[in-house]
Design a protein around this ligand. Structure first.
Ligand code: SF4
Ligand code: SF4
Length: 415
């Protein structure tokens, strides 16, 4: 009886928000997928969402403080732009966002007071966006009379968990790129420096971070009250989201394996939707599920929209010097390393080994697919790609049969 009453109470609340039961189940499914959980977890996620919405009417909202440090506000913007009625609305209806420089209606003294009271009461989640500058004694960033470091530490040491949102919060991001005059770094680094080891940190990189990743982390940590469900890797990132490369889930992957590449923006190959690797795609190196979660309300994502992945999720909190901007610029040049699975190659090494092992039967671009037989029965391989023949100086692999008139290859030229 009670369960029925709860369901009808929930149904009326969703109706009032313009969300049908079907939409709600789709939302629960999306949260489950964004968290990288099996679809079998969807009913549990739905139940947690439902209980939280009902809890909201009884004053049980979970307090969240969202502090913005040195940043472009991109992660807040990204979160705020989700269409309504959708995840952001539902989640914002379920948490008590007691402080946010950008989203709070209040400002000045009153909002700082709300933060101070929340910190004093404890039992909240800190979402931190942006880098933390250490330069000039921490004075490179000052907020409400405190340095950025003090503001972060006060909020972090009393929190149940810190969600480092976006690559800047994870390890400094673009703010910490060379020459890093403000000595910016990420949350985990500052916490270690100040001996805060008892507060868990969930690192959610991206520039900006996908709002659905934040939503799934909040659902896991805040609503389901089951951090065990949030399986973190050695960098404190949710494995379900950051456990696979972009390349693993890319719709252009078939073209990569067939040796069908785009060498020039505006070309015929681009119109055919070929693989963007020669234009600098960092998909093989970058661990993230962008191609699964998608962006802009699950409409599209970088590679689908025609842009090579620039590796914005490659932020390692254990190594603040491994900054995604420094590692990946210049963005539209082919990367010096190629990672397939757990192997990292220098492209030159790949080319040399393949020449040694394989022979005229397959083209380097195909990375062995012909050899494994996966191409048998498919479209015949071109011995030498038309485009490469016309532009030998820009071809990216070494052919077993050299292009007439040219050295063929070269990996370094494009690096
Ligand atoms: S290199 Fe980039 S575009 Fe090509 S298959 Fe991999 S992720 Fe997709
Ligand atoms: S596809 Fe690459 S560049 Fe685009 S958001 Fe994902 S990690 Fe960042």
């Amino acid at each position: 009886m009670e369960n029925q009453a709860t369901l009808s109470e929930f149904g009326s609340m969703m109706e009032a928000r313009g969300v049908s039961r079907r939409d709600f189940m789709k939302l629960a499914g999306a949260v489950t997928a964004a968290a990288g959980l099996s679809c079998a977890a969807t009913p549990r996620v739905a139940e947690a969402l439902q209980n939280s919405v009902i809890g909201a009417t009884k004053g049980n909202l979970y307090p969240v403080i969202w502090i913005e440090g040195a940043s472009c506000t991109g992660c807040t913007e990204s979160f705020a732009q989700i269409e309504t009625p959708d995840a952001a609305t539902v989640v914002l209806d379920m948490i008590s966002l007691n402080y946010s420089e950008t989203l709070s209606a209040a400002a000045g003294w009153s909002v700082e007071e709300a933060k101070a009271q929340t910190v004093e009461a404890g039992n909240y989640i800190l979402v931190y966006e942006g880098a933390i500058p250490r330069g000039w004694g921490g004075n490179a960033l000052r907020v409400a009379g405190e340095t950025g470091i003090e503001a972060f530490l006060h909020a972090a040491e009393h929190a149940n968990a810190v969600v480092a949102l976006g690559s800047c919060a994870v390890n400094g991001g673009w703010c910490a790129a060379y020459p890093n005059a403000s000595e910016a770094t990420g949350c985990q680094d500052i916490m270690k420096e100040h001996g805060i080891t008892n507060v868990p940190v969930v690192n959610v990189p991206g520039c900006p971070a996908n709002p659905e990743w934040l939503m799934s982390v909040l659902v896991d940590v805040v609503l389901m009250n089951d951090p065990g469900l949030l399986d973190l890797d050695a960098q404190g990132k949710p494995k379900g989201i950051f456990g696979q490369t972009i390349h693993d889930n890319c719709e252009r992957r078939g073209h990569f394996e067939n040796g069908e590449f785009v060498y020039e923006f505006g070309s015929e190959e681009e119109a055919l939707g070929y693989c963007l690797y020669p234009l600098g795609c960092r998909g093989p190196q970058t661990m993230s599920n962008c191609g699964v979660t998608l962006w802009n309300n699950r409409r599209s994502w970088c590679v689908q929209a025609g842009s090579p992945c620039i590796g914005c999720c490659e932020a390692n909190p254990n190594n603040p010097n491994q900054n995604w901007v420094q590692v990946n610029t210049p963005f539209y040049k082919r990367h010096r390393d190629l990672r397939i699975g757990s192997f990292v190659f220098q492209p030159g090494t790949v080319a040399v080994s393949i020449i040694g092992l394989a022979a005229a039967a397959f083209v380097v671009h195909g990375f062995g697919m012909k050899k494994t037989g996966r191409m048998d029965g498919g479209a015949p391989f071109e011995k030498i790609r038309k485009w490469d023949k016309a532009h030998p100086e820009q071809a990216i692999g070494t052919y077993a049969d050299p292009v007439e008139g040219g050295p063929v290859l070269n990996d370094e030229k494009n690096d």
